[in-house]
Design a protein around this ligand. Sequence first.
Ligand SMILES: *[C@@H]1O[C@H](CO)[C@@H](O)[C@H](O)[C@H]1NC(C)=O
Ligand SMILES: *[C@@H]1O[C@H](CO)[C@@H](O)[C@H](O)[C@H]1NC(C)=O
Ligand SMILES: CC(=O)N[C@H]1CO[C@H](CO)[C@@H](O)[C@@H]1O
Length: 499
Amino acid sequence: MVTIKLLLLLLFVLLFISFSSSNNHIVSSLSLLPIKSCQNGGIDLYGNCICCFGYYGKECEMVDTRERCTQSTFTEYDIGPVCCWSKHRTIHNATNLKETTSWSISDNSMQTQNKKIKRMIKSYGPWDDNDINYFNHILKLDHIQRNGRLKQVYSLRFNNATDKIPRLPSICDSTNKPPLAFIIMLTNYDKESFQTLLNIIYHPKHYYVIHVDARNFKKEIIDTMNNDINHLFVSRQQKQPLQDPMNIQLVNIPFKGNWGTLSLVYMEVASYTYLFDMVKQRRESRLKSNSHHHDRQNTIVQWSHIINLSGHDMPTKSLHKLESFICSNLNTNYIEHFPTKDILIRFQMTSFDQGKWLVTIDREVFESNDCGKMGSLSIFDPESGGYGSQWHMIRYELAYHAISDIRSVERLLSLKFTSIPDESYYQSIKHFYPHLKHQSWKDQVNRKTYWSKYTSDTSHRYRVEKHDIDSLVPSLLFIRKVYDQDVRNYMIEKLHLLK
Ligand SMILES: *[C@@H]1O[C@H](CO)[C@@H](O)[C@H](O)[C@H]1NC(C)=O
Ligand SMILES: *[C@@H]1O[C@H](CO)[C@@H](O)[C@H](O)[C@H]1NC(C)=O
Ligand SMILES: CC(=O)N[C@H]1CO[C@H](CO)[C@@H](O)[C@@H]1O
């Protein structure tokens, strides 16, 4: 009780301070209310639950039995809310996806963002822990003053209009190559392969986010990893008078990675928030430590590209060569992009993340239970999307666009019930991307998996072996599924990866 009173007092003091110090309408930026789940796929945004279609009550615990869809079952899964909620998803409920709504495309004000976010939460549920984790990464809660009263509003934490990020010089040469950002996604911690990979790609000037799957996120493992990461950071720090904040971090609240579902994209876009924050921290810290030296802050520039890797991916070029490659193609985004029409089937069905993998609801179940319209085509215009490989290397503006443009967020959510959205999300956010015409786009992602080997023996099907290394194509940057340490060592030696 005492602590609650103290918290309230603190809140009041903080509100008071921000009241008196701001001259615009924003009163504070306190994220005191993390978004929580309610029952039956509902979500708690403002201290009140927003429930799925067919559910109501303070915690969404009440079922409206008059709605047939709330009774639906599908083999062993009880899919009531999943099935019902597509009743809410109509073209009229989409933010400019089909560009036919009255929601202004360019209005990026906090109030409008708040309305759009609330409407998206109403339209694209039901929600699970992964969804909520994503919202908590990308949204922020503010209080604005309206008619003399405080009102809670949600908006994107990275807002293009207000939160300017450091720029990247447009020229890149051999003596001045920009930093890179790496995301490393691990199913579990294999210390040897992780350290081998970092040994090759780590440099104090680059940025690294590590995501360990929530299912294997155990305290002891996390402590070990944090120790290892700290050790790496300290041992490789460049000798300079001032200490930069960390350039390598573990994702605090990880996602559960379920194959074929949106969770994989969540992991990546949530990682962007860490990567942008780390640049900001370094810049601010340099500014503080040397405020009379204005040019110091310019030594911290934006990273140019995101490269995401899995634990058993191996570079086939040294970091030095990788930097040079990116540098000589500085304006290029590497994304494979084909028209959506070839994979329309993925948009015609309604699939859902049942906690382990993706399950597609039978059309018959959908129709006989009055679950609304199947698929996503009423909310997603295939013409404006696309698909391709899930591997990509993208410029920082596109990564920023993914977390700072409300339409990118809606594109993501509207893919929630399609299968393998990591193969269509990046192609889809290009539709509203302001730099589309000014940047170059290459289909070639410069990564390889040996799919076709040993087809009869599935356990060895993708495993890279030493002799594979002798015949790599010169343009290759990464090879996947390198499970054996002696193959990694062979690569390091043969391909001069530490030079
Ligand atoms: C990168 O991120 C995507 C999700 O956007 C994921 O599906 C993919 O497998 C990741 N890994 C690699 C190596 O590209
Ligand atoms: C941010 O907004 C400005 C206009 O305010 C626009 O020119 C720019 O392209 C936007 N950037 C991104 C990445 O959306
Ligand atoms: C046009 C419109 O707003 N349609 C629906 C959008 O979703 C809500 C529920 O979240 C419905 O009540 C609206 O009718």
